[in-house]
Design a protein around this ligand. Structure first.
Ligand SMILES: O=C[C@H](O)[C@H](O)[C@H](O)COP(=O)(O)O
Length: 260
């Protein structure tokens, strides 16, 4: 590993590298989106090229699809795969029950569809993503562009009725224009501060006509692999309820970075 990699990237790398050990030949694997998931895709690409790993990957965004193809992974659609053995993805926050906030990178809709269609979901994260309560990270909600301001007003009224503390809602922008997702929708970010009941909020949000999906992943993630900048790794397993710690040594590996 290059010495100039920042601690945060080392943390993301070791989590991704550890997660790649759960991938076996013959698997159909959901490939997440974001800077942490990109490390995973690179690790898997190296295993495909150097170790003969045979997998088919279902990407959760156009940018992950492009990276996966670049590193040599056989990319198929979710409908071709139909069902996945495993999805590995990043997260913006995870709580002690392994519930998540996702969508900081705008890919929450495809990510949730893919993760839900998987036997298992593993989240890879640096330690900063761990929280006691979800909500400090603004909750992304994907909305259809038609009538988005009306949907935003409805969201605002609903949060008020629920007595949610933070109620600021912002439209995600890409420069001067609204950010547009891979599915052609907009994203509004809910600045809530603290989410008391994630399951209830997720259900209420998805009942609104203009809402396509929200970034709360409740009871979807099975395991979180937390990476640290010094190479330590923690495994949080929702079934076993255990925390295992081990350590990954940094090694120089030019092949891994060949495609960056
Ligand atoms: O939409 C993006 C995804 O939910 C990402 O997995 C999430 O935002 C975490 O991204 P990163 O690994 O870059 O922090």
């Amino acid at each position: 590993m290059p010495a100039d990699l920042s601690p945060i990237d080392k943390a993301k790398f070791v989590a991704a590298k550890r997660a790649s050990e759960f991938v076996e030949s013959g698997m159909r694997v959901g490939l997440g989106t974001g800077s942490t998931a990109a490390w995973l895709v690179r690790c898997l690409g190296e295993m495909v090229r150097e170790e003969g790993l045979r997998i088919r990957g279902v990407p959760t965004s156009a940018r992950t699809a492009a990276l996966a193809r670049d590193v040599g992974i056989d990319v198929i659609s979710l409908d071709e795969a139909k069902w996945l053995d495993l999805t590995i993805d990043g997260a913006d926050e995870f709580d002690p029950e392994l519930n998540l906030i996702k969508g900081g990178g705008g890919a929450l809709l495809q990510e949730k569809i893919v993760a839900t269609a998987s036997d298992q979901m593993i989240v890879i994260a640096d330690a900063a993503k761990e929280v006691a309560n979800l909500g400090a990270f603004p909750l992304p909600v994907e909305v259809v562009p038609f009538g988005w301001q009306t949907t935003q007003a409805l969201l605002s009224e609903t949060l008020e009725a629920m007595d949610v503390m933070g109620r600021e809602i912002t439209l995600r922008m890409n420069g001067e224009r609204p950010y547009v997702t891979d599915e052609g929708n907009y994203i509004v970010d809910l600045h809530l501060g603290r989410i008391g009941n994630a399951r209830q909020l997720a259900l209420i949000l998805n009942q609104m006509p203009g809402v396509v999906e929200n970034g709360l992943f409740v009871d979807i993630c099975d395991r979180v692999i937390v990476g640290h900048g010094d190479g330590r790794i923690e495994l949080r397993d929702i079934n076993a309820g255990t925390v295992t710690e081990d350590r990954m040594e940094f090694v120089e590996d030019d092949n891994l970075f060949r495609d960056l």
